[in-house]
Design a protein around this ligand. Structure first.
Ligand code: FMN
Length: 355
């Protein structure tokens, strides 16, 4: 199966590596039968997904009320944990309030730059919001009283945020289909924004959405265009059966080769993952792994990348360096194997990072 992005007539030079076949050519998924959309409809869905961009450059103008209503209705039809619908949208129209929100974002932009250390200057050169230029400004807020919703949140209370993010994504995709751009800005102090908007205790603002006509859609994520970060190959993010285990340099069995399959070659054949067969070419280009620097016999960082990898990687190397593909669990094991404790290192935590 060849994996190439759908036809992208409006975005010459768009990202080359979108791992999706042309939906117009693709046969229906087995079992989809009469439930599948038509080829043209599927193509439209995938096109919206691939051509949606986080926009920070706007062309002024306006969003008419009927369109705004359609977009908010799309947002409101998102999935939500226990059907709690934890999204509230505040439309900000006054210039003064917009300016005040912009000032909050600017404050946080400077603080974020400082927190980035050596990438401070690079970050300050980025455009990270279009608060003053966009046609519409929407603030998305998690409402108070969310603790009453336990279904699906008893152990994962953050599923309210996940649900609201689904609503924002719906809005984002619908906006793209309408020819409008949207940018999600999260650079603000939530407490200060809550005070500015008079939010009730227990609520939480999670996004400043800039919406409206744009001069053009970026062909790829703006952060990729400027070299801040690159999309990781899908195959590096998909695993079979369980989390890949870090190779143990001290393991005798490793030395004798009986777990040779746990690591794909560093030159990069993609792991034979059931979730993305032959999905994308290796080597993984995400920067930041430095296997050679790992102390002997200490477990390495998780193969798929830890939360801080982006910043570490971005901060140290503008040019992606090749890295090994993730290790795989033993092919015959139906359940994830426990991570082997290294002879002299700490036991990795379940997320693969050193405890
Ligand atoms: C939760 C969330 C918060 C974000 N916050 C910001 C932000 O404050 N400023 C910004 O410029 N981009 C922000 N973005 C946009 C990301 O930078 C963008 O999605 C990413 O670079 C990929 O680009 P794409 O959305 O065009 O595919 C945010 C995205 C998400 C999902």
């Amino acid at each position: 199966m060849t994996l190439s992005p759908p036809p992208n007539p409006q975005a010459p030079g768009a990202e080359p590596a979108a791992a999706s076949p042309d939906p117009a050519q693709a046969p229906n998924a087995p079992g989809a039968g009469a439930h599948a959309f038509s080829a043209a409809e599927r193509e439209a869905v995938y096109r919206a997904i691939h051509e949606r961009r986080d926009m920070r450059h706007f062309a002024g103008g306006r969003v008419d009320d009927a369109t705004l209503q359609r977009l908010l209705t799309a947002a409101h039809h998102a999935p939500s944990v226990g059907f709690m619908q934890p999204w509230r949208f505040i439309r900000v129209r006054s210039r003064e309030r917009r300016a005040a929100i912009h000032a909050l974002v600017e404050q946080e932009r400077v603080l974020t730059a400082r927190a980035l250390g050596e990438r401070e200057d690079d970050f300050m050169r980025l455009k990270v919001e279009g608060v003053l230029e966009c046609a519409e400004l929407l603030i998305v807020v998690l409402p108070p009283g969310r603790e009453a919703h336990v279904f699906g949140r008893r152990t994962l209370p953050e599923m309210d945020l996940a649900s609201a993010a689904c609503a924002i994504q719906n809005l984002w995709l619908a906006a793209r289909a309408e020819g409008l751009g949207m940018g999600w800005v999260s650079l603000f102090d939530p407490q200060a924004l809550s005070e500015l908007l008079g939010l009730p205790p227990g609520s939480r603002p999670i996004g400043v959405l800039c919406l409206g006509p744009v001069p053009a859609f970026y062909a790829q994520p703006m952060l990729a265009e400027v070299g801040w970060a690159q999309r990781q190959p899908l195959a590096a993010l998909c695993f079979d059966e369980g989390w890949p285990q870090p190779p143990d340099p001290c393991s005798q069995s490793m030395a004798t080769g009986d777990v040779a399959n746990r690591d794909a070659p560093a030159t990069g054949a993609a792991p034979a993952s059931g979730c993305a067969p032959g999905a994308e070419p290796a080597p993984v280009s995400a920067p930041g792994r430095t296997p050679a620097a790992a102390p002997a016999c200490a477990p390495k960082a998780d193969a798929a990348g830890t939360g801080d990898r982006h910043l570490r990687a971005s901060g140290t190397s503008p040019t992606p360096t090749p890295e090994a593909m993730p290790a795989r669990p033993a092919p015959t094991s139906p359940t994830p194997r426990p991570v082997a404790a290294a002879a002299s290192g700490p036991t990795p935590s379940p997320d693969g990072s050193p405890a």
